[in-house]
Every structure is written in C-alpha cells, then in structure tokens.
Design a protein around this ligand. Structure first.
Ligand code: NDP
Length: 524
C-alpha cells in the first residue's frame, strides 16, 4: 500500500486522478494511506451491467416472493457472519469509529434485510379492492417488480445507504446496479464480494464505478427506477435527467435538522443528545443535529454543558483504538465548508464555545465545534453544514422555535426535547420535516418499519418500511366481472337520450345528499 502526501486539499481519500486516468484510488482519511483502487466504468460498461442485471431479473422477478426472501436472507446471514470485514473497510475508508461502522452500517442493514424479507410476502401480496361505483366488478392490485433499479449513493454511509436500497429492490423482485460515491468505492466492492459468495445470481447486483458522468450514464441506460441519495444541487440535476428519461425516482437529499430544547427539557439528556447528534460520524449525517433552538430558561445551562461534553470527546484515528468517539472528515471539501460557516458566523457575532479549527498533523480532522449566539443571518443556521459544527440560538418561546425550525428550504429530520411527551407530539405536528423525533436523535433511521425521507428540498419519495417495497414495484390492476357480462353494455355505443337520462338518475341516486340509496345502503 502506498500513501498520498497529506497537504490540505489532496489528503485523505479524495482521488486525484479524476481526469485522464481510468482508475479511482481510495485513501484512508485518517492516515492518508492508499487503501486500494477500482477501475472506472465506461458508458458501455454501464449499459452492459444493466443488460446483465435485466437478464438476471427476468428469472428472479418471477420467483414467489417467499422464495426470493428466503434466499435473500442468505445475504443477511453472510453480512452478520462477515461483519468484522465490513467494519474494517468502512472504518478505514471513512475514518469512522468501528462502533459507528458496526451499529450504523452493519446492524441497520441486517435489520432492514430481515424486516423486508419477513414482511415483503404480506406487503406485496395481491390486494383486493372493493369498488364503489363498479359494484358488478372485482379488482385486484398486484405489485410487479419494475425491472432494473439504479442506486446512486453518497460517501457518508457507504454500506448502509446503498445496501438498504438494494435490499428493498431485490426483495421486491428487481435487480440493481449501484454507482457508489467515487470517494468510497471499496466499501461497495466488499458488499459485492459478500453477495457473490452467497450463491445468489451475481448479475442481480451490479456495481459501476466513476464520477458524476457514470451516474448520468446509469440514468440513461434503460433502468426502470432510480434511488438517489446525495446533495440538493446534484439532486436537482439527477431529477432533471430522470425527467428527461422518464425514469421514476426517489430523491434522498440534504438535511438541516433543528433541535428544539423546550423550557421543560431534561437538560442533561438534551445536552448529550446535541453532542452525539451533532458530532457522530463527524457530523457527516443527513440527519445530524444541524441547529439548536434553546429556550431562554435552559439556554445558558445547555450551552455550558454542551461545551463540557464536547471538550471530553476523544477524536483521532479509530483504527486500533476502540475509545475514539469521533474520527476523520471523509471528504476534504467538507473542511473548507466548515471553515467558511464558522468565519461567517463569527463575523456576524457568534462565539466559538468549543473547537473551531482543523487539526494539524496527519489526516483530515476537524475539531467538534460549538457556536453560541447564532441567528438566521448566518449561513451556519440556514445551509447544510455536513460537518462537526453545532450552532445554538436562544429563543424566548416554543412558537419562536417552531417558526425558526420551519424557516428552511430543507425538511428531513427534526428533534424536540421536553419532559411533556404530549406536548412533544403536538410540536412535532407543527414542524415541516419527514420525521420528527421526541427526546432522542437519529434513531428513526434504524426503525426499518417506518418511512424515511424528506419534504421541501430534502427530496421526495420514501425509503424503508412498506413504502420502500411498494416504491420498487409497479401496481398492476386486474379487473374482472362478478357476473357474466351481457353481449352489449349499456355504457357503450350507441349513445341515446334514454341512456343519458338513465345515467342522470343513477348519478342523483348515488351522490345527492339525502338520496334514498345513500340513506338505505350507506354505500357511498
Ligand atoms: P453528491 O450529491 O455530491 O453525490 C451523490 C452521488 O451522486 C455520488 O455518487 C456522486 O458521484 C453522484 N453524482 C454526482 N453528479 C451526478 C450526476 N450529474 N448524475 C448522477 N450522479 C451524480 O453528495 P455527496 O456524496 O457529497 O453526499 C453528501 C450529501 O448527501 C449531503 O447533502 C447529505 O445530506 C446527502 N445525504 C442525504 C441522505 C438522505 O437520506 N436524505 C443520507 C446521506 C446523505 P461522485 O461521488 O462521483 O461525485
């Protein structure tokens, strides 16, 4: 293994061969060590991977869902069996603590696979639908796999994010072709290696590597569905490309999760939640605590306690040290973004309470940073940070906190801390976000049973839960008569004044308020 000189922009696992070379090198962000490289896929490679996946899907998609799920559980078993190997590569390639890699990547994936496999037979079973108007007909909705699903994924959770989408796609009878982030290509290689060793058809799970143009080629390759996870600006380009190709898509985009600390919150738990929710995975989580609105009754105590807890965080290279809490910054550009947010906030009056700068020496590390005295004139309160910074703003009421929480173009996750759970639930109803968690942070991503996704510019469509499985399918409606059909139908040609009058009588009988049919049958 070689190593890359660590000199600011080119350190860590950022590849430096985006132009001419046809490989992508992966570097450990905590040490700069060269971990390995992968070959960049050409447009022809992408088309070929989709063609192979389509062939494999033809056989996979017609298997009974129970059998597919039974076979897919082999993947879950292999992931659990080889968890240490996955942790090794994720931890090295992302510079994240092994405990993060185990809990947030491997366990979440094993749970999702288990839930999909156990529940897909029920969720995707043909569904009979009672008909109001066409009482003489019977309808059944069948959930048909779409075909080949493309997955384009980011670098912050390079195992759990694509594997969750892959699990939903395969359980529903599709094949997948994945384009991982160019920053973390080795993790998906490990996933592919484990998949192939299970004896499942290899072409069901294709991998193509590259940059934005490889993702664009995947969208144009004839896929039937795309699940994209990434930033808002890229998401807009990807959604436009999907529109041009009429590819249905799920958009999992950025977040700016607010945490509201009510006057009656448990201050210790709230402070610990802010520190964990803001700094786990170095803040590179779409549902990180990205801004705090603390009621004036608890504001000062929370700021003081968050400062203490932040100063206790053990940061460093997690390889070989299980006590490291916070590891490296995966993508060096995030360091520049963090520095810009801090400079802007300080210029506008914020105070750096803890941290505030890049760590000197080997590796890409940024100190967990707490900013107090923040307000919405600062970019740190309005734009996604995606790094280890927690900005705190004092508010004088819960109404003010809700108003500020909703003053954002993003709406993925939100958090409310209060000892009054009923009040927490009421506040949750007023916050514009795909998920709101009361008295906890981030856990909703691990609730395999529930839909996950955003509102506003955080995207559309849902992953996880029943929605994810149905999103992977086309609904096919089959309609048959309950009684033998006459040789001509009163609704068909030839039209006549008599038929028109008859239809008018039916309309009034069925839908007029107080009609006899409505009163007797309560059918409508
Ligand atoms: P990007 O949007 O930069 O990239 C996401 C993926 O899209 C990468 O694989 C990227 O390839 C690819 N890509 C880039 N350009 C194109 C294009 N024109 N057509 C098709 N694919 C393209 O996001 P990051 O990787 O930087 O991830 C961070 C972002 O992801 C944050 O905003 C974060 O909030 C969001 N995110 C959202 C989550 C959610 O569930 N809502 C979860 C996790 C992260 P390449 O890497 O080669 O550029």
């Amino acid at each position: 293994m070689g190593s890359l000189p660590l000199d600011g922009h080119t350190n860590g696992n950022a590849n430096t061969n985006a132009g001419a070379a046809r490989t992508i090198k992966s570097y450990a962000p905590a040490t700069g060590e060269l971990l390995g490289e992968v070959r960049v896929s050409s447009k022809d490679d992408v088309r070929a991977a989709v063609a192979r996946a389509r062939k494999a899907q033809a056989a996979w998609g017609v298997l009974p869902v129970e059998e597919r799920c039974e076979r897919l559980l082999r993947l879950r078993d292999a992931i659990v069996e080889r968890a240490d190997e996955i942790v090794d590569v994720v931890s090295a390639e992302c510079g994240k603590p092994r405990q993060d890699a185990l809990g947030h990547e491997v366990t979440v994936t094993a749970d999702l696979l288990t839930w999909y496999c156990k529940n897909a037979p029920r969720i995707l079973a043909p569904r009979e639908v009672g008909l109001h108007l066409l009482v003489h007909k019977k309808s059944t909705v069948h959930y048909q796999p779409r075909g080949v699903v493309g997955v384009i994924s980011p670098w912050n959770f390079p195992f759990a994010i694509p594997m969750g989408d892959i699990a939903a796609a395969l359980a529903s009878g599709n094949a997948v072709v994945v384009k991982p982030s160019e920053v973390t290509p080795l993790t998906i290689q490990k996933a592919k290696e484990i998949f192939d060793a299970t004896g499942l058809p290899e072409d069901l799970f294709g991998v193509v590597h590259g940059f934005g143009d490889t993702g664009a080629a995947l969208i144009e390759s004839g896929i039937q569905k795309l699940v994209f996870t990434g930033g808002v600006e890229t998401g807009k380009r990807v959604a436009a490309a999907c529109g041009a190709n009429l590819v249905p898509c799920v958009m999992e985009l950025g977040g700016k999760a607010p945490l509201i600390a009510c006057a009656d919150c448990d201050v210790e738990r709230t402070a610990r939640a802010i520190v964990f929710g803001g700094f786990v995975n170095s803040g590179q989580v779409c549902i990180s605590v990205e801004r705090v609105y603390a009621h004036e009754a608890v504001h000062d105590t929370i700021v003081a306690r968050v400062k203490e807890l932040t100063n206790e965080i053990r940061q460093g290279d997690p390889q070989g040290d299980a006590t490291v809490d916070v590891g490296a910054i995966i993508f060096p550009k995030q360091i520049e973004i963090a520095q810009k947010h801090i400079a802007d906030a300080v210029a506008k009056g914020a105070e750096v309470v803890a941290g505030g700068k890049k760590k000197e020496g080997t590796g890409q590390f940024f100190e967990p940073t707490v900013l107090a005295g923040c307000d919405h004139s600062m970019t740190v309160m309005k734009e996604e940070i995606f790094g280890p910074i927690v900005p705190i703003q004092k508010v004088s009421s819960e109404d003010e906190a809700v108003r500020l929480a909703n003053d954002s173009h993003l709406g993925l996750n939100a958090y409310v801390f209060t000892k009054n759970r009923e009040k927490g639930k009421r506040l949750a109803q007023r916050i514009e976000a795909g998920s709101v968690v009361v008295n906890d942070v981030m856990v909703n991503y691990a609730a395999a049973e529930t839909p996950f996704g955003g509102v506003k510019q955080s995207g559309f469509g849902r992953i996880h839960g029943e929605d994810a499985l149905r999103e992977m399918c086309d609904a096919r409606h089959v309609l048959v008569g309950r009684v033998p059909e006459p040789s001509n139908d009163p609704l068909w040609f030839p039209y006549s004044q008599k038929a028109y009058k008859w239809q008018m009588r039916v309309l009034k009988a069925l839908f007029s308020r107080g009609s006899i049919v409505k009163r007797i049958g309560k059918m409508f």
